[in-house]
Design a protein around this ligand. Structure first.
Ligand SMILES: Cc1cc2nc3c(=O)[nH]c(=O)nc-3n(C[C@H](O)[C@H](O)[C@H](O)COP(=O)(O)OP(=O)(O)OC[C@H]3O[C@@H](n4cnc5c(N)ncnc54)[C@H](O)[C@@H]3O)c2cc1C
Length: 258
């Protein structure tokens, strides 16, 4: 008997064990961890520039299920058999940030995925990219994937000038770093609101801290009247919340972006 897709049990996604093969401090706030090893044979790459994995962390209670943290795959090197993940290091709180800050060659980690949701559309008249450091890996991967003649604007919010990094982008895509040490959730939205808005169909990729994304939502939908189909907008994390709490709050009014 065959089960229809509606009744078939959900097949658990396989977990892939990888090892740290290199680490690099990209800035005071960002650490690149390169993962590789035999487990890469099971990693099925995807075309989306926001592709992400769920990293599994074990918690002190051995019988409890692993806790997961979501991270963008910044780059896959199929020849070397490695992938890069760029972690925001945000102090001693949490699991993933502190793990990345301390990661050493030979450390191991298990992950699920990848998933993905956004690919730059060559038919768009222009591209608008906006986010904080947590979205920089996806924004940087997008800038590298855009055709050479693409036009647009990218806004990246950082705490200080020390977080600014060189990025590779098409000549027609202007990259602007929005430095705001106060963590004002309106900071990114204010810059996008005032920017020189181009004509034609815009494709938007905007991700980052949840309240900052809510402020952008007002600019994009209420003020600019954009069609939701051309907008990828979500929170990647929420200030003062662990990822577990942040994910749970997506079912509550406070967690809803769109
Ligand atoms: C699809 C997707 C892709 C993502 N890609 C990336 C990525 O490539 N790189 C990346 O760094 N993050 C990325 N994130 C965000 C990341 O999952 C969260 O920041 C996560 O909360 C980090 O886990 P943690 O264990 O370090 O901290 P948690 O245990 O989740 O949180 C502990 C404390 O740290 C705070 N905190 C969490 N993240 C930050 C931050 N970025 N800045 C300041 N304070 C923070 C929390 O508010 C909380 O108070 C992505 C999220 C999603 C949904």
């Amino acid at each position: 008997m065959t089960l229809s897709s509606r009744t078939a049990p959900r097949v658990p996604r396989p977990s892939i064990d990888l090892e740290v093969v290199a680490t690099e401090r990209l800035s005071a706030d960002l650490v690149r961890v390169t993962l590789g090893g035999p487990g890469m044979a099971a990693f099925e790459n995807r075309p989306e520039t926001d592709k992400y994995v769920k990293l599994k962390f074990t918690t002190p209670a051995p019988e409890s299920a692993p806790v997961t943290r979501t991270y963008t795959v910044r780059r896959v090197d199929p020849v070397a058999g490695t992938l890069d993940i760029d972690f925001v290091v945000h102090g001693d709180e949490g699991l993933a940030g502190p793990w990345a800050a301390r990661a050493q060659v030979g450390d191991t980690i298990a992950l699920l995925g990848p998933g993905g949701g956004y690919t730059p559309d060559a038919a768009a008249d222009w591209h608008l990219l906006a986010g904080d450091l947590s979205a920089l890996p996806a924004i940087a991967a997008t800038l590298e994937a855009l055709p050479a003649d693409a036009v647009g604007r990218a806004f990246i919010e950082v705490d200080s000038d020390d977080a600014i990094l060189p990025l590779t982008a098409p000549a027609g895509v202007e990259v602007e770093w929005v430095v705001d040490a106060t963590h004002d959730p309106e900071a990114l939205a204010a810059v996008v609101r005032q920017c020189d808005w181009r004509t034609g169909d815009v494709q938007v990729f905007a991700h980052g801290e949840r309240e900052s994304m809510k402020a952008l939502r007002r600019v994009l939908f209420d003020e600019r009247g954009l069609d939701r189909a051309g907008v990828s907008l979500s929170g990647y994390w929420a200030r003062g919340r662990t990822e577990d709490r942040f994910q749970a709050e997506k079912r509550e009014p406070i967690g809803q972006i769109i």
